[in-house]
Write a protein that binds this ligand. Structure first.
Ligand code: 9YT
Length: 128
């Protein structure tokens, strides 16, 4: 077995910054676990358009609050600490952070790192 601490990831290539979030990759495809695990912070006051067409993702909120709107039905799902949302239908959605939100994200199949560089499946909302 092995351990990895958040401190070991900070400031490395596995700390990836998007426009509205910073994702610290703890477990990646190269670790051969069949999934990846990220500790992600979403910035307060942001809205992010996300559609992982090739990945299933579970997102466990451990700090903060906000909401998810699923775009197929415009349903709004309040999210706060200790709530997990599972994108079990590759759901296209908007993630709105009221406060900073800290999320533990699990991806199946695992993120390689390369996909995220290209931001495949993640389309930030363009602000006017
Ligand atoms: C919650 C979410 O999907 N945020 C976008 C970043 C993504 N989770 C990642 O790459 O860690």
């Amino acid at each position: 077995m092995k351990t990895i601490s958040l401190e070991e990831v900070l400031g490395t290539e596995n700390e990836v910054k998007g426009e509205n979030w910073t994702s610290r990759r703890l477990v990646l495809k190269k670790d051969n676990m069949g999934y990846s695990v990220h500790d992600t912070v979403i910035k307060a006051g942001t809205e992010t358009h996300i559609w992982y067409q090739n990945h299933l993702e579970s997102v466990y909120c451990i700090e903060g609050e906000g909401e998810v709107e699923t775009l197929k039905d415009n349903k709004v799902w309040p999210i706060k600490a200790n709530t997990l949302y599972a994108l079990d239908e590759n759901d296209e959605h908007l993630l709105r952070a009221k406060t900073d939100m800290r999320m533990v994200c699990v991806f199946n199949p695992p993120i390689t790192g390369q996909e995220i560089h290209d931001e495949n499946g993640v389309y930030p909302v363009v602000e006017d």
